[in-house]
Design a protein around this ligand. Structure first.
Ligand code: MLT
Length: 332
């Protein structure tokens, strides 16, 4: 892993950065794993605009989309070492490095986007107390892209039995792996950067990600069926290297926090609009969409029954209890 990481970081350094037209005091390379027509990228652009504005140009933000600097987990490791400054990534790809953020990932914990927004905002400070220690990163703002939906190339999935034998990719964390196991599958954990070719070559039959990702990653070319399984919302922090952050003067830190929060507010709204558009477009492109599984309670019961199994992986039961109290209060 170390070798790949260093190679990726070195590669990242070689990628030509867009030249700033002014001399900034600080440069922030902001990495993410999505294409430029994904809501993650629109949020990144908003952050760039606001961070440069609120710092009067003393900060230059340069965005590197589509895993150009390495996979989501590799870049998060590079942030810890201060080799890259910032990243937006799926919570599920951060949790192996920063277990405490896993409280955002308990299956079926949230029923709407708005609940997740309130929870993410209320957790920002308590999480920063922990993530700086666990992974050497801090959250500037928390992005959201709606429910992760299941896509596959083989058949409509309307009941748990329809999953039988499907080769489904999940992100590389225990929560996703064990949840799919609880539904009777043997999921295939795989880095996000490898998913499209694996679908194309038939190494896997399906995957789960938000509707907008099926558009931006062109999954409609290699997938036929979508099921709204409602088990998890794509939440993703905009994180900054703690080492880099601590070298910044307080006024720049404050400006970056403000820019991160406002970029998140903007991204969540844009994402909601694009999700609705994506649903229509995916049908036009030939995909078959179905609602929640007919036996959704069965999926829910199986996934919720294994929550306690995750507590050790996400910071311990005391933290889970504390975080849930903070989230509940924010949601009410
Ligand atoms: C994943 O499935 O690994 C992520 O959701 C990809 C992403 O960050 O968009």
């Amino acid at each position: 892993l170390k070798k790949t990481l260093l190679a990726s970081v070195a590669l990242g350094m070689l990628v030509m950065a867009p030249a700033a037209s002014w001399a900034a005091d600080y440069t922030i390379r902001l990495s993410h794993g999505d294409n430029e027509n994904n809501p993650t990228h629109f949020g990144a652009q908003k952050f760039e605009e606001l961070a440069e504005k609120y710092t009067d140009g003393r900060v230059d933000v340069q965005i590197f989309p589509a895993n150009q600097l390495g996979t989501e987990q590799e870049v998060a490791q590079a942030l810890r070492m201060g080799a890259i400054e910032a990243e937006i990534l799926y919570t599920g790809n951060l949790v192996p490095l920063a277990p405490s953020v896993g409280v955002m990932m308990l299956p079926y914990a949230f029923t709407s986007n708005e609940e997740v927004w309130a929870a993410m905002d209320a957790l920002k400070e308590p999480l920063n107390g922990r993530l700086t220690e666990e992974a050497g990163v801090r959250v500037l703002g928390y992005f959201e892209k709606g429910f992760r939906v299941l896509t596959n190339s083989q058949r409509p999935v309307e009941t748990m039995e329809d999953l039988d034998g499907l080769k489904i990719r999940v992100s590389k964390n225990n929560i996703a792996i064990e949840t799919f196991k609880a539904w009777g599958l043997n999921p295939i954990p795989m880095a996000w950067a490898e998913v499209f070719p694996a679908l194309q070559q038939g190494v896997i039959d399906g995957q789960e990600n938000p509707y907008t990702t099926s558009i931006s990653s062109k999954f409609y070319e290699v997938q036929k069926y979508i099921t709204e399984i409602h088990y998890m919302i794509w939440s993703g922090p905009l994180i900054i290297s703690e080492q880099f952050y601590q070298e910044l003067p307080p006024d720049i830190q404050e400006a970056l926090n403000r820019a991160g929060e406002e970029a998140a507010d903007y991204q969540r709204i844009v994402s909601g609009d694009l999700t609705e558009e994506a649903k229509t477009k995916l049908v036009e492109l030939g995909m078959v969409l179905s609602g929640p599984p007919k036996d959704e309670e069965k999926w829910q019961a199986a996934a919720q029954a294994i929550w306690p199994q995750f507590y050790d992986d996400i910071g311990g039961e005391a933290w889970v209890t504390e975080a849930q109290a903070v989230m509940q209060q924010a949601i009410q």
